[in-house]
Design a protein. Structure first.
Length: 229
């Protein structure tokens, strides 16, 4: 009966050893690559992930149930009028509430004014959704370039060592190339991680924008019905 518990204990200890060894190897390779080149790559990773986290929080807050919001606005317009609908939009987080509020605020000026307000403010909100994506893209591009630069500089230093030694020693060549290539490895790892998050954010933004466009069409239909009364 004790065998499963023994196996579980061995598995947990093995996982702890693997994690410890992984962290140790990662730290060791980072130092071997040279802090002069590894530090900028690490900063790209840190700043890139910071922008990613900020965007994830913002986009999650920007996501609302558009059908539920439209239903509340429709009921408010029918029962209590435009002012009640505007209050609902003010209390709603995310870009849709602001877009609908701008349209409702110009309801008495005609459908053309409502449509212009919705389109204009919708463009502003789309710009806010895409904010900071350019910085993430910069980190994605910069990390591998810094890695390649470190590799090239490391290769030059390796050839300088060969020239000073006056002999092509495998130890000198292998050591210099190893240090040089480590910067490329870390740069590519950084770019790959950030690229995955970048594509996720783009997909999230596309989904929000698509929902905004569909909801805006329904909102304009509500305003047409309101003006007909």
């Amino acid at each position: 009966m004790k065998i499963p518990f023994i196996l579980l204990s061995i598995a947990e200890n093995s996982n702890d050893i693997i994690q410890h060894n992984f962290h140790y190897v990662l730290k060791d390779k980072f130092i071997e690559g040279g802090t002069l080149w590894m530090t900028p790559i690490l900063l790209c990773m840190v700043f890139g992930l910071a922008f990613v986290i900020e965007r994830i929080f913002y986009l999650n807050l920007a996501s609302v149930n558009s059908q539920k919001l439209l239903s509340k606005i429709e009921d408010a317009i029918q029962c209590d009028g435009i002012e009640k609908a505007k209050q609902i939009c003010r209390d709603t987080k995310g870009p849709l509430g602001g877009i609908f509020y701008q349209g409702l605020d110009r309801a008495e000026e005609g459908l053309e004014s409502v449509e212009k307000a919705v389109i204009a403010y919708g463009g502003v909100q789309m710009g806010k959704l895409e904010s900071n994506l350019s910085w993430i893209g910069l980190c994605i591009s910069l990390a591998p370039m810094l890695g390649f630069l470190g590799t090239v500089v490391g290769m030059v230093m390796a050839f300088d060592s060969i020239e000073r030694a006056g002999d092509i020693s495998p130890t000198i060549v292998a050591g210099g190339m190893k240090v040089a290539l480590l910067t490329t490895v870390f740069g590519l790892i950084t770019a790959i991680i950030l690229q995955v998050f970048y594509n996720y954010l783009l997909a999230k933004i596309d989904a929000i924008v698509g929902d905004m466009e569909d909801a805006t069409i329904t909102f304009m239909d509500l305003m047409i019905e309101y003006k007909k009364r």
